[in-house]
Design a protein around this ligand. Structure first.
Ligand SMILES: Nc1ncnc2c1ncn2[C@@H]1O[C@H](COP(=O)(O)OP(=O)(O)OP(=O)(O)O)[C@@H](O)[C@H]1O
Ligand SMILES: [Mg+2]
Length: 284
């Protein structure tokens, strides 16, 4: 079982190596990288390539570790106990009926090995990763209400993504294999664009990429545009039938590209970029 990229996803050698290393070590793969560089998509594509079901757990600021294991629905049980009827009383007696399985439980007990994506772990509070140490390490947890131990039948292939909004605890890091998705170089980016726009004209691609890297490399940007922004922008260029000439000036100077709003997402960045273009034009 080796991951080698897919038709829809361009994986660099070091990324493939990381996926396979994590799978061999039987440790979660912790993936960091700028927003829009394919962290979430990686798990989806690995699942598809290895023909494994994908289970996703999208983390929010309010998510608790326990929710991934199970939740005990005491409110429903109380309500049912107040409704008379033989059928209900049977149901109320058995606490099993009020245990809701979380994503981890489902992944642990799935009939075949699954890919488990824990997406954006840095959104949760600081205790969240610590609360999952044992589950991730031993692949088991205890259900106090029913006094049963849930153990993984097959070890899931775990992907954890983070946008670095919070530091992760050392004990958690120790249990992961780490990979940082570097921002794609020009050749990799060409391959990624090729996957999404196989019929894109060469000269438009060349001009658009140059323009994109001009914008991206501007020092002092608050939010650099990334892969997904480039793809959005190209989609618009194609839809609006914009030609390559509009994106470049004859003397090879930076121009303000059309539909800049797809690339730059705040007013300071836009005015910074316009200033640069203005200064270049006047040769200052
Ligand atoms: N290597 C790649 N091959 C093909 N498409 C890619 C690649 N990297 C990024 N993309 C494109 O960029 C889009 C964004 O990717 P994704 O949602 O996985 O980013 P992310 O890193 O999870 O971002 P965020 O941190 O904002 O969640 C994808 O839908 C895909 O179209
Ligand atoms: Mg994501």
């Amino acid at each position: 079982m080796k991951f080698q990229g897919t038709q829809n996803y361009v994986a660099t050698d070091d990324l493939m190596l990381a996926v396979n290393a994590a799978s061999m070590l039987k440790r979660p793969l912790l993936i960091k990288g700028e927003p829009g560089t394919g962290k979430t998509m990686l798990a989806e594509e690995v699942a598809q390539a290895l023909d494994m079901p994908l289970m996703q757990w999208h983390i929010k600021s309010t998510t608790k570790a326990q929710q991934g294991l199970y939740e005990y629905d005491a409110v429903s049980r109380l309500r049912d106990s107040q409704i008379a009827g033989a059928e209900n009383s049977e149901k109320v007696k058995d606490v099993q009926n009020y245990i809701l399985k979380g994503v981890l439980w489902q992944a642990f007990t799935a009939p075949k090995p699954v890919v488990l994506l824990i997406d954006e772990i840095d959104k949760a509070d600081i205790e969240f990763p610590n609360d999952l140490l044992r589950e991730i390490d031993r692949m088991e947890f205890y259900v106090y209400e029913t006094r049963e131990l849930i153990r993984a039948v097959h070890r899931p292939l775990v992907f954890i993504t983070s946008n670095n909004e919070k530091e992760l605890p050392d004990a958690f890091l120790r249990r992961c294999f780490f990979h940082y998705i570097k921002f794609p170089d020009a050749d990799t980016m060409k391959a990624i664009v090729g996957v999404h726009f196989p019929a894109l004209k060469k000269n438009l691609l060349g001009a658009a990429l140059k323009s994109f890297y001009d914008v991206r490399n501007l020092p002092g940007l608050k939010k650099k545009p990334s892969t997904s922004e480039l793809l959005d922008w190209l989609k618009l260029l194609v839809a609006e039938d914009i030609s390559a000439d509009v994106l470049q000036s004859k003397d090879d100077k930076v121009v303000v590209p059309p539909l800049l709003g797809a690339l730059l997402k705040n007013e300071q960045d836009v005015s910074l970029f316009e200033k640069l273009v203005f200064m270049q034009k006047h040769n200052r």
